[in-house]
Design a protein around this ligand. Structure first.
Ligand code: HEM
Length: 550
């Protein structure tokens, strides 16, 4: 037995050595040849056309060496200051354009969204790992995208989003109890809240703990996807001609293909559980219930439907958690703003009546605070890249078909013509204007036909967590959520000096988030603690229907 194992081990290491010594140099040489060929083709295609301005170009070198992997938008911002509102540069064999003003982004990505709603090709993450089943990678003009997007719109449009508000309300009650018990774990609790809401929207099932099997399964799928989409991770993204190599030596396929099998099994099993619940009559309202009840009209295969149902989870968890972290950071750094918000909330809920969701329109300052927090530090500084499906010309500049286009939210939000003194956190700027593009400022949610389908759910989550009003039988007056329950205070160091986050540094990858910062959530008074605990017990009861047995 031992002998056999030794033989196998020897054979394996021998073939590995062969691969290293003989195959790899050949693969490297072949890769180099296809890259040079691609460069020549690109230069011929380009001819004498006038592209948007940008850093100087060289025939044999793209601009990737100038772009840092951390916070690349800061480099684009610098180029915008130099070359103007629309800039271009090259990554690999492809052209990239960044749009740095509200006007340019509006004119191209919104007004011409019929041709600007594609996505840049994502070979490893989109094609190999996901088999183009994830809607966020699909091309904007394809029938598959239209089917996927109509499922998203049906499940999360402003009217559909209303049906999840009671659930968001109950979940935020649980969040407040969690925060009262262990305020230091505020990030985990906000993540659980966001996860539970997104998973309930997808499948009608809540998430009670971050350790549940389903969370871990999803984490596995998401972390692979995240890694495989990191810019610069795979040469084939910049040099697609590497796909001309024989499939057996396309090294970038190996891990992605293995993971794809695991993902498909995971998403199918979640969908099958909802099918079973529909048959039992126990399914809760969700996108899955909606989609599977009219599966004949969907024009999607089962695997496409299974992936589509995972979209709220894929798109709505980290985004909502980070959004809450950014708003809390803004509040921590601006105590005067907290006072103003608390006064507004107290004024609206008062002591004379029970509040309703219609109070939302009476919280203009809080809404402005949320918008300003995301303008001040957008979590998706480059939104999500678009691509155009046809050649186009904008203000005399040529934009060839297949260009990667960034609506540069970071630069847009720092445009001093639109946002004077942009580094200053000032919610009033959204209240003092009548410009509809600012009154309804949604740039943090992206552009045109690709705009985030979960935006109404995301805004509701932030409003509900921060300011939702509870109606309590035990209190003569209703109280509201995080802002009414807690004072948001800095933690102090051993010398009594407040430890405050530096909002200019964050951790980045595909998006931006504040570095972990300590926060003291101090309950405003003892009555509130009692009532919050009782409310949470009641919420536990009401949420029972949303729990599945693991
Ligand atoms: C504050 C929280 C959120 C932010 C900042 C955010 C931001 C974005 C952005 C920038 C995009 C890309 C838009 C574009 O390509 O122009 C996007 C797409 C998307 N978001 Fe969100 N999002 C948030 C919350 C959510 C939630 C709660 C859900 C679902 C429950 C969701 C689901 C999606 C999906 C499915 C897409 C892909 C759309 C497509 O490719 O057509 N997002 N989001």
């Amino acid at each position: 037995m031992d002998n056999t194992r030794t033989k196998h081990t020897y054979a394996a290491s021998y073939s590995k050595a062969l691969l290293a010594d003989e195959v790899l140099p050949a693969v490297a040489l072949a890769s180099l040849v296809v890259i040079v060929l691609e460069l020549i083709i690109w230069s011929l295609k380009r001819g004498t056309k006038k592209f948007p301005p940008g850093p100087p170009r060289h025939v044999l070198r793209d601009h990737s060496h100038l772009i840092p992997t951390e916070e690349p938008w800061k480099k684009f911002h610098e180029w915008h200051q130099h070359y103007g509102p629309v800039i271009s540069f090259k990554i690999g064999s492809g052209l990239v354009i960044s749009l740095g003003t509200v006007k340019a982004a509006y004119e191209l990505l919104d007004k011409r969204s019929d041709i600007y709603s594609g996505r840049p090709r994502s070979i490893v993450g989109g094609e190999i790992l996901s088999g183009m089943n994830r809607g966020a990678f699909q091309q904007g003009h394809s029938k598959r995208f239209k089917n996927w997007r109509s499922l998203m719109t049906a499940g999360m449009n402003p009217t559909a989003a209303q049906q999840y508000r009671p659930l968001q309300d109950l979940e935020s009650t649980i969040l407040i109890r969690d925060l009262l018990r262990e305020p230091d774990k505020y990030k985990d609790f906000m993540a659980r809240y966001a996860m539970s809401v997104a998973f309930s929207i997808g499948y009608g099932r809540r998430i009670k703990s971050l350790d549940s099997d389903v969370v871990l399964g999803n984490k596995d799928a998401e972390s692979f996807l995240g890694r495989m989409c990191l810019p610069g991770q795979y040469a084939v993204e910049s040099w697609p001609s590497l796909l001309w190599l024989p499939k057996s030596v396309q090294w970038f396929r190996w891990t992605a293909e293995r993971q794809r099998k695991r993902d498909e099994k995971f998403y199918m099993s979640l969908m099958r559980q909802v099918e079973k619940q529909i048959a039992d009559g126990t399914a809760m309202p969700s996108m899955a219930l909606n989609a599977l009840s009219k599966v004949d009209q969907l024009d999607m295969t089962p695997i496409q439907t299974a992936y589509a149902l995972s979209s709220p989870w894929a798109g709505g968890v980290d985004t909502t958690t980070v959004a809450l972290e950014i708003v809390l950071m803004a509040l921590l750094l601006h105590p005067d703003v907290v006072k103003h918000c608390q006064a507004e909330v107290d004024d609206v809920t008062g002591r004379s009546r029970l509040p309703t969701f219609s109070d939302e329109s009476r919280l203009p300052y809080l809404k402005a605070v949320i918008k300003e927090a995301h303008r001040w530090h957008p979590e998706a500084p480059l939104a999500f890249a678009h691509a155009n499906s046809q050649d186009d010309v904008y203000e005399g500049m040529f934009i060839p078909k297949g260009t990667t286009i960034y609506g540069n939210v970071y630069t847009i939000c720092r445009d001093p013509d639109t946002f004077p003194d942009p580094d200053h956190f000032r919610p009033e700027r959204f209240l003092e204007t009548t410009d509809p593009r600012l009154v309804n400022f949604t740039r943090l949610f992206g552009f045109g036909r690709r705009i985030c389908p979960g935006q109404h759910i995301a805004m509701a989550s932030q409003l509900i967590v921060l300011a939702k009003s509870h109606a309590s039988f035990f209190l003569l007056y209703p109280y509201s959520s995080l802002l009414a329950t807690f004072n948001i205070c800095p933690v102090k160091d051993e010398n009594g000096k407040p430890i405050l986050p530096d909002p200019t540094v964050g951790s980045t990858g595909l998006a931006w988030k504040p570095l972990p910062y300590p926060l003291a959530l101090v309950s405003r008074n003892a009555d509130i603690v009692d009532v919050a605990m009782r409310e949470a017990e009641n919420a536990d009861e009401q949420l029972k229907g949303w729990l599945w047995a693991d």
